[in-house]
Design a protein around this ligand. Structure first.
Ligand code: NAP
Length: 461
């Protein structure tokens, strides 16, 4: 408390309307940073639980003590504001409110407030910081304070307050941006929705496909019950295929974008919206792919410990000893299995590296070139290794007609289609003449301009 008292004279008083959760937490944080805090309340006498060191008055009295007023009241209760309109003349009125639903009202809360108090300088901000984070001080997740408003001086004052209580203010422009700021805390993992939807869709498809070909088919054909496959074998068919497809979907929009630029002969035209959206969630797609790869590794690791596998091994041993013969080691099979594991382990190591470098704390520590090297070059190597891992797993199975149950190809073949397309397209893009053209376009060259120049002259090389 002594520290608060010592610093208090250096800071201007801050007024907070509303003694609820947010008002109290903000008040506590401001007091800790040396601001004298005055609360404005409907019922000052009965206001309890206020942070020690703060004063509490009626709204009209409280706002006289400060140039900045934080309005920690829900929008539905703003009706007391018009009565204070004259007293709020020239004051900075900070709207911290959020809504329950996106675009709940025709105008943003901050714009509504500026209609109720037209003489005040309304600033929107602090709505993305929770009361809990303000109180506990663990602001890692929400230390950014988005601020917008029409009066620059008022906005600066609010940003200064944010800075001095350890937050990072970010100017978002005029009060028109308030609607976007109010919608922001209501979004639920916006960048993860598409990756999760694709992953869920693929999981369901592969599950149904694998159940039909691996569980129902042997039952119908040979009356063999392998329903226990549903626990480990079927999931372990799903995870690697979904992971590989998701990884290839990280790189597919990049190659599509390159072909679009080649076709248009310019980089100065917007990509279609769906491609923009796709490109924006590549990191999330990659991380979901990594999650599936982790599951594949775990499930593969425990395969030999399964009862059904041990039973099969023991039976084949008994069979061999009964028949008094020793099976010869197959060089081809040994190579195939070792190659399969080697490719898988290398691919997984690179996969993890890609995941680690996508973390903000790591990506902030490398420069743009290093980041591109890992995410693009090593990314394609990872995709190549994963595809090769799947191809070695399949080996010559695609040639064996018994693998096509009810005419359906084995699951790994479906998993390889998109990765192979991406790799072939990338191969075309790195052909020197194509690569030269795409580099030229990305440096700002436009075919249309050159055509114009060449059209005006009667010759052109
Ligand atoms: P709260 O706990 O319900 O507090 C709201 C306060 O508003 C009440 O304590 C009361 O203070 C005042 N109030 C209630 N009815 C009123 C009326 N009819 N007229 C005038 N004042 C009235 O809500 P809160 O969680 O602190 O949230 C306050 C604002 O901050 C909301 O707009 C919310 O969206 C925003 N916000 C909250 C958080 C959070 O984590 N809680 C985070 C970001 C933004 P008095 O009794 O002293 O008058």
């Amino acid at each position: 408390m002594a520290a608060i008292g010592e610093n208090a004279h250096k800071r201007d008083t801050i007024c907070i309307f509303g003694t609820g959760d947010f008002g109290r937490s903000l008040g506590m944080r401001l007091l800790k940073s040396g601001y004298p805090v005055v609360f404005g309340s409907r019922d000052p006498k009965n206001s309890v639980l206020l942070p020690s060191g703060a004063q509490v008055f009626s709204h009209a009295e409280a706002l006289k003590t400060s140039e900045i007023i934080f309005l920690a009241v829900h929008r539905e209760n703003y009706d007391f504001i018009p009565a204070l309109s004259d007293l709020l003349d020239g004051k900075v009125l900070v709207d911290v409110s959020n809504n329950l639903r996106m675009n709940q009202y025709p105008e943003s809360n901050a714009q509504y407030l500026s209609q109720l108090a037209p003489k005040a300088n309304v600033v929107k901000g602090f709505n993305t910081v929770s009361a809990w984070a303000l109180q506990s001080g663990s602001l890692d997740a929400s230390s950014q304070v988005f601020v917008c408003g029409d009066d620059n001086k008022s906005k600066q004052l609010v940003m200064d307050v944010a800075r001095s209580i350890g937050l990072t203010p970010l100017d978002q422009g005029s009060l028109l941006a308030a609607e976007e700021l109010e919608n922001y805390p209501l979004q639920l993992f916006p960048m993860w929705r598409l990756p999760f939807a694709i992953a869920a869709g693929l999981t369901v498809l592969f599950f149904i496909y694998s159940v039909v070909t691996d569980v129902i088919y042997p039952y119908v054909k040979d009356n063999k019950d392998v329903s226990y496959w549903l626990a480990i074998s079927v999931p372990n068919r799903i995870f690697p295929n979904v992971s590989l497809i998701l990884l290839s979907l990280v790189y597919l929009p990049g190659v599509i974008a390159a072909f679009i630029q080649l076709h248009r002969g310019t980089k100065y035209k917007r990509f279609p919206n769906w491609l923009d959206r796709w490109m924006l969630c590549r990191k999330q797609l990659g991380l979901v792919a990594l999650g599936y790869a982790f599951l594949h590794v775990l499930y593969t690791y425990i395969l030999p410990t399964r009862y059904s596998v041990r039973w099969r091994w023991i039976n084949s041993l008994i069979q061999e000893s009964k028949e008094n013969k020793t099976m010869q080691i197959s060089q081809v099979l040994s190579w195939r299995v070792d190659l399969y594991f080697a490719l898988g382990m290398l691919a997984f190591a690179l996969y993890v590296l890609l995941g680690i470098t996508s973390l903000p704390s790591v990506s902030n520590a490398v420069n743009w070139r290093e980041f591109r090297f890992v995410q693009s070059k090593l990314g394609y190597v990872t995709l190549l290794l994963c595809t090769a891992h799947a191809a070695v797993f399949g080996w010559d199975r695609f040639l064996q007609s018994k693998r096509y149950k009810w005419g359906l190809p084995p699951t790994y073949m479906w998993g390889m289609i998109i990765p192979c397309i991406v790799l072939v397209l990338k191969l075309i893009l790195i052909i020197p003449c194509v690569d030269k053209m795409i580099t030229k376009i990305r440096l700002g060259w436009e075919r249309k301009l050159e055509d114009k120049v060449c059209g005006n002259k009667s010759f052109c090389i």
